[in-house]
Design a protein around this ligand. Structure first.
Ligand code: GDP
Length: 298
């Protein structure tokens, strides 16, 4: 229920167009496909994913001898689900001792998402520790401390400008000493300086490998859903510097651009694992692509 209400704007954006074409056309012709293509692209599904979806739909329509536009709505929904299929959507970090590295550029909702995720895992009965390893942005540490407080979890921090890797080192020691289940590291994401970012991440990975080899490692990228195609471009860039296991797509509550989740999964084959649908600690949801498509298109 919350999923659907959180996605109202995206849904309105897409469904209005759908209603007009599925009832407005009497036959399935090139004009129909062109208008459908336009609606999907306007819905931020992306050019490549849209082309693939329409191609798949055309095949299905031919194969099943469908003549009436109304009848191809369900086929379209299935085609979108098909395009969103990714190899792995596992949440293995829930079942094992693990470290979650969270990366993302300023302002996307990274600190907020780390706080929400901490609260979520704590609610599952896990011992969670946060590491404030984004030492670049002033006040990031203070903001994370507030979230740690709200979630009721421990925080390992450092001075502004401190070496992120040294904070991760301290956090690993704390995680081991306190027998934590999950260590969540809020790390930086300066995409305009890829070389530095890559070096910083490499240093962190090396410490984790050496000091905490028993921990399962998950890297999540946080993207701002309101930026539409820019979010897709950012995801591509992060995938070049890190082994990204999943995406947290934020701010879907305030945007009509939620279709970007389709583009991300379709084009990058990286699963969206969580979506942010508000500013409070409960506003982070596990992402289920099929439920998402049903909520948006049905
Ligand atoms: P960071 O710079 O990436 O760490 O971003 P912050 O976590 O500070 O978030 C930036 C702003 O986005 C804050 O005002 C958050 O409250 C807001 N925000 C984060 N996630 C969401 C979300 O899912 N929905 C809404 N509406 N706002 C969000």
């Amino acid at each position: 229920k919350r999923l659907v209400s959180g996605l109202t704007k995206t849904r309105d954006n897409i469904v209005a167009g759908f209603d007009s074409i599925f009832s407005g056309y009497s036959s399935i012709d090139e004009d129909f496909y062109e208008e459908l293509e336009e609606i999907l692209i306007m819905g931020d599904i992306g050019i490549n994913a849209t082309s693939a979806i329409i191609e798949h739909l055309k095949e299905q329509v031919a194969e099943k001898h469908i003549k009436n536009p109304m009848e191809c709505k369900q086929l379209l929904i299935n085609s979108i689900k098909e395009q969103m299929r990714v190899d792995s959507t596992e949440y293995e970090f829930e079942n094992r001792k693990s470290v979650i590295l969270v990366i993302g550029v300023n302002g996307v909702g990274k600190t907020t998402s780390v706080g929400k995720l901490a609260g979520k895992l704590k609610d599952q009965g896990k011992k969670v520790i946060l590491a404030a390893a984004d030492t670049f942005r002033a006040a990031a540490g203070e903001q994370l401390a507030q979230w740690a407080n709200r979630a009721g979890v421990d925080l390992i921090g450092g001075q502004e400008g401190a070496d992120p890797a040294s904070i991760v080192y301290d956090a690993v020691a704390a995680a081991k000493a306190r027998n934590a289940d999950v260590l969540i590291c809020d790390t930086a994401g300066r995409l305009h300086n890829k070389k530095n970012l890559m070096e910083e991440l490499r240093k962190i990975y090396r410490i984790l490998e050496r000091e905490y080899p028993e921990a399962y490692l998950e890297t999540l990228v946080v993207l701002d859903g309101t930026t539409g195609q820019n979010a897709l471009a950012q995801a591509k860039q992060f995938a070049e510097v890190a082994n990204v296991n999943g995406i947290i797509l934020t701010k879907l509550d305030g945007t009509a651009k939620g279709g970007i989740a389709v583009a991300i999964q379709s084009e990058l084959d990286i699963p969206v694992k969580y979506i942010g649908v508000g500013e409070t600690i409960d506003d982070l949801q596990k992402f289920d692509a099929d439920a998402f498509v049903n909520a948006l298109f049905d």
